[in-house]
Design a protein around this ligand. Structure first.
Ligand code: G3H
Ligand code: ZN
Length: 289
């Protein structure tokens, strides 16, 4: 297997109009499910850990787990610190060896977002680490929600601000808000493809679609066609994790061996990730030859 960098892989995705999946994890059976799917589908994969997930696992343990697993599964897999807001924590992740980080300054005023994104980029690029910035206000949390959070037009990424933000910060990737939302809702909002097209015309940064859970397959396909090269999925995997555990205990309430129970969870996660990799068009990647 050729050893390509994440940047080379994202460039290839940009050129050939497919997307790399980022799947979040915080437990070993989740990680194994994701990697087993990537291995089966011959697809590169990004492994996301939010601040909460990485604090639960520990930055060093996360890196060690991924490094040893990459040897086992023999696939291009890259860790990304997802939605980093704490500059100290992001810098620590870079120091410990994360190959990619996401600085989420979307809650800040534009000037501040630019200032801190720039600081992280300067720090990260010295060590060859990729940085994802974020522009626009992405609502919601990675969970199940009954009521839809109203997305206002002013929440969406402004194509004009994209020019300034990417030029001044020099981020490698950009998370955008085009109607996407974190979590699953009874009614999912519509994506603004005209805005995506306009953003794509204004920057060569790798465009990232957060809140991938719950978006229809048609919506994801269209977003990838229009220039999205990274899709983040968390809620759908969390749901599979919970449902597969509950189903297991319903079927076998007496079972107490964690390795037996969690094998079923791992298999269920693998299946869901395989579906997503198929959808994103990243399978049968040439990096395996
Ligand atoms: O950063 C993580 C993703 O944006 C997850 O979004 O929970 O809606 O899949 P999701
Ligand atoms: Zn996100």
């Amino acid at each position: 297997m050729a050893h390509l960098t994440l940047k080379q892989i994202l460039k290839d995705a940009q050129k050939k109009h497919y997307a790399i999946g980022q799947f979040n994890f915080s437990t070993l059976e989740q990680l194994r499910g994701i990697l087993a799917a990537a291995q089966k589908m011959k697809s590169p994969v990004i492994l996301g850990t939010s601040e909460g997930e990485s604090k639960f696992l520990g930055l060093k343990e996360t890196i060690a787990l991924v490094e040893i697993s990459k040897v086992k599964y023999q696939i291009p897999a890259f860790l990304n610190l997802d939605h980093g807001k704490d500059l100290k924590w992001i810098k620590q992740a870079i120091d410990y060896g994360y190959p990619a980080v996401h600085f989420d300054g979307s809650g800040l005023a534009l000037e501040e977002n630019i200032k801190y994104a720039k600081e992280i980029v300067e720090y990260a690029h010295k060590k060859g680490v990729l940085v994802e910035g974020e522009l626009g206000y992405l609502r919601g949390k990675s969970g199940l929600h009954k009521k839809i959070t109203r997305i206002r037009k002013k929440d969406l990424t402004s194509p004009q601000e994209v020019i300034r933000f990417t030029k001044e910060t020099k981020v490698d990737s950009l998370a955008i808000a085009i109607g996407n939302i974190h979590g699953i809702y009874s009614r999912m909002p519509k994506l603004d493809f005209a805005r995506l097209k306009e953003i794509r015309e204004k920057t060569n940064s790798f465009l990232v679609l957060h809140g991938g859970s719950g978006i229809s397959n048609k919506g994801i396909k269209k977003a990838v066609k229009f220039g999205i090269v990274k899709v983040n999925i968390n809620t759908e995997l969390r749901l599979v994790w919970k449902n597969s555990l509950e189903n297991y205990f319903k079927r076998k309430p007496q079972e107490i061996k964690p390795y037996k129970i969690l094998t079923q969870v791992q298999i269920a996660i693998q299946k869901k990730v395989e579906e997503k990799l198929e959808l994103f068009g990243s399978k049968n990647c040439r990096y395996f030859t």
